[in-house]
Ligand binder design. Structure first.
Ligand code: FAD
Length: 753
């Protein structure tokens, strides 16, 4: 029977599938094979096992990691001042550089045996998170050597000799690393770079050795202007066949000491007025020994795979941590500001339109941090979930953009006027940087999350594609036969599941014993099966064309993202002991997420090019159209109130964010908030009597002397918190204008030379 099935049924399908299923370029295959799959694959089955998720160990810190956060990280936060860094020094102060090096902030991911801190992903993330709430520039500076770059690549792929030499030097900050992939012609399509290396013989430390002559022009390189060692990605050629029989070997990564003749570094970009070190670098006929290729000759041509593999985990830490910090900070400050700032004799946080923003901010802060913790836990448990980390990078930074805008809008002029008292300005300017780096969000959303995710996470698709590409057609056919019929069974099961769950509102979907949020698991189970069925139908009807339908792909990516993020919310709720007071935040996230999922499904169906498939699919997954419309106004208001009052929920949302230093803007705000809370009853009394003046209230006997003093102290604290900076006119005069200061600090723009 199986031979009959293979030869008479599968074979014609095999031939047809070779035409329609997406084929993979080498770089795509390397990207897809990088890392692994985890909860994303469970979601793709259409029937995720919730018990498995809930049993997954949650992220925790060791005592040593906690001590680092309470010690050096806290101390560093007190040392830095973003205003001074961004507008006065255009760099970190020398003592901050020394502190970063001495306390091994650049060596969080380097194992202890090489002198590094050997921190978990979660600890690394917590450090970045806390630093980000004080100084984005400091956080980015600490972040970069710990993300994709020489440290990570040497650790994963370096030879023993390379690890023994370089890792202790990096750990001790005797070397400052940077990583050069992006060039003017090759941004998102980094694999199209024209930076080149040619295998040749040359002189190295007085001896003739086999090596590589490099020519490059990279740009946007963080830490580039001050790096002592550049991890360089280039295309390697071997025209004289000195290391093999191929002319073009492919993308290769090597370490280039920046003091070599021909290396040009030092010029700086100015990324959205955040003054971390970032700039271009050039190399002209720079010779390095072949031993400087990371991993040695065995790894030539494998650079893309190495980069994708390193990115698979790293992308889930740096920017999600920065985003979680930004969202928590925005929620904390905006809640406090909305409480202390009165207009029309009412705290602005009491206006519904402000509450609309506050509610979203509170729930978003809860969600991003839930997903950050879950992702770190996965990495710490040995996973390198490439699709999940792409989801995290894109979703966390996009949501940060929304809540940062909310924070700016609620603060009004207070957040717009720049100066040392402005605690939101540099975060606002940094948002587009997070959106752009480590895979610009548009391309991540529309190509990577779903495009690569579908192939990577689908239980059968990659097996089918691999079988179709097998040059041995007999073996390919046998493999395809197995995968294809497995796929058919999976699709039928999913179609049935999706139909039943859709038409019963998820009633029969499995759910763990999770108290009164059980229904959310059922709803997620319903959407997961709808997603899995829709994916199969899209692949079947659009095949390789799906990859070009970026709008459809992006919407599938959004659904997968929501499924992951909402899973993380439920996991957080469970891990934190089902805190009843946080329940509105969980509910808000769920309602908003379900509305997005249904809307995206609806958009997919409306725009699906093969109409009969769309009609059929609608019957299975969304027969009554979009039924979930997001959180109710009442729920949003409840979430908003959580930011306007001190509470354990507010503390949990903003745990471990830096709380200000001396008389800075944040300290002023927190002080005013405490005063406002303490005087609330007095304000209520005055409001009832329609008296808004303290003296008048005292004269009328509405308050006693002590109460009047409390109200005066509050008014003073609020005035200090609401104050913005102003400068002597001559300091902002054209002579002292920023361009002047910058051109002295950074040299003339190259274009003007
Ligand atoms: C401040 C900063 C620091 C950086 N640090 C480093 C570093 O240290 N090392 C390093 O190597 N690089 C670094 N980069 C580069 C960064 O990681 C991005 O890869 C790079 O900026 C993207 O290229 P681009 O800006 O030229 O955008 P482009 O590639 O020109 O893209 C422009 C837009 O087109 C979209 N797009 C591109 N292709 C597609 C497609 N197929 N479908 C849909 N949309 C598409 C992108 O999403 C983007 O929105 C840095 C960049 C910045 C801004």
């Amino acid at each position: 029977m199986s031979a009959f099935r293979r030869d008479y049924i599968t074979k014609p399908i095999f031939r047809w599938a070779r035409q329609v299923l997406p084929s993979l370029s080498e770089t795509e295959r390397e990207a897809i094979e990088a890392g692994d799959v985890w909860w994303d694959a469970a979601l793709f089955t259409g029937n995720p096992d919730w018990e498995e998720l809930l049993a997954f160990p949650h992220a925790i810190l060791s005592q040593e990691e906690e001590a680092f956060l309470d010690g050096p990280v806290e101390e560093l936060c007190h040392m830095v001042n973003d205003w001074q860094i961004n507008w006065e020094l255009l760099d970190l102060p020398p003592e901050v550089w020394d502190f970063l090096k001495a306390h091994k902030f650049f060596a969080m991911i380097i194992p202890k045996q090489y002198g590094g801190l050997g921190f978990s992903a979660y600890a690394h993330s917590e450090v970045i998170r806390k630093l980000s709430t004080r100084s984005i520039c400091t956080a980015v500076t600490a972040m970069v050597p710990n993300s994709l770059g020489p440290g990570e690549l040497l650790h994963q792929f370096g030879t023993k000799a390379q690890q023994d030499y370089w890792l202790p030097r990096l750990a001790a900050a005797k070397e400052i690393p940077c990583f050069g992939l992006t060039s003017p012609e090759a941004g998102s399509d980094a694999a199209s770079m024209i930076d080149s290396g040619v295998v040749c013989r040359g002189t190295w430390e007085g001896r003739e050795v086999l090596g590589i002559k490099l020519n490059w022009h990279k740009r946007y390189i963080t830490l580039g202007p001050i790096a002592t060692v550049l991890g360089l990605a280039f295309k390697l050629h071997d025209p004289d066949h000195l290391i093999g029989d191929k002319d073009d070997i492919g993308i290769t990564v090597a370490l280039v000491p920046t003091n070599l003749p021909g290396v040009e570094i030092g010029r700086r970009h100015l990324p959205a007025f955040n003054s971390f070190q970032n700039g271009p670098t050039w190399g002209r006929d720079v010779f390095i020994p072949i031993d400087n290729v990371i991993g040695g000759v065995a790894q030539v041509g494998k650079g893309w795979k190495m980069l994708m593999s390193a990115l698979a985990a790293g992308r889930g830490i740096s920017l999600p941590s920065l985003s979680a910090a930004g969202a928590a900070f925005a929620a904390h400050t905006t809640g406090a500001y909305a409480r202390i700032r009165q207009q029309f004799h009412v705290p602005i946080g009491k206006f519904e339109a402000i509450q609309e923003r506050l509610g979203r901010m509170a729930a978003t802060a809860y969600l991003i941090d839930a997903a950050r913790r879950l992702t770190c836990a996965a990495i710490d448990n040995g996973h390198k979930p490439a699709v999940i980390t792409a989801i995290m990078k894109e979703q966390a930074t996009e949501r940060l953009r929304v809540v940062t805008n909310d924070a700016m809008d609620v603060h009004g002029g207070k957040a717009i006027q720049e100066g040392p008292l402005n605690y939101l300005g540099s975060g606002y300017r940094a948002v587009p940087i997070g959106i752009t780096v480590e895979g610009a969000n548009i391309v991540t959303r529309s190509l990577i999350q779903f495009g690569q995710g579908a192939i990577r996470c689908h239980p059968y698709l990659l097996k089918e594609i691999t079988a179709l590409e097998d040059p041995d057609r007999g073996q390919g056919l046998a493999q395809f036969d197995k995968a294809f019929w497995g796929h058919v069974g999976h699709s039928i099961a999913n179609a049935f599941r999706a139909l039943v769950r859709t038409w019963t509102g998820g009633e029969f979907a499995p759910a763990p014993d999770a108290g009164d949020v059980r229904g959310y698991y059922k709803a997620l189970g319903r959407y997961a099966s709808a997603f899995a069925l829709a994916v199969d139908m899209a692949l079947l009807s659009l095949g390789g064309g799906l990859k070009r339908q970026e709008m459809v792909s992006a919407r599938f990516g959004d659904i997968l993202s929501e499924l992951y993020l909402l899973s993380a919310v439920l996991k957080r709720w469970q891990d934190e002991g089902r805190q009843f007071a946080d329940r509105p935040l969980v509910e808000w996230c769920m309602e908003a997420g379900f509305a997005t999922i249904e809307t995206r499904l609806d958009e997919i169906l409306r725009n699906f090019p093969v109409r009969p498939v769309a009609w059929m699919l609608r019957f299975f997954v969304l027969p009554f159209g979009v039924r979930r419309h997001g959180p109710s106004d009442r729920l949003t208001q409840t979430c908003a109130e959580l930011l306007l009052e001190p509470s354990l929920t507010r503390d949990r949302l903003t745990v471990d964010i830096f709380r200000g230093h001396g008389d800075d803007g944040l300290s002023r705000l927190d002080r005013a908030f405490e005063h406002a809370v303490a005087t609330q009853l007095l304000h209520d009394r005055l409001r009832k009597a329609h008296v808004h003046d303290i003296d008048k209230a005292r004269q009328q006997g509405l308050i006693n002397d002590a109460e009047a003093a409390l109200l005066r102290a509050e008014a003073e604290a609020v005035a200090a918190a609401v104050a913005v900076d102003d400068f002597p006119a001559q300091e902002l005069s054209p002579r002292r204008a920023l361009g002047d200061v910058l051109s002295q600090a950074i040299n003339r723009p190259r274009a003007a030379e």
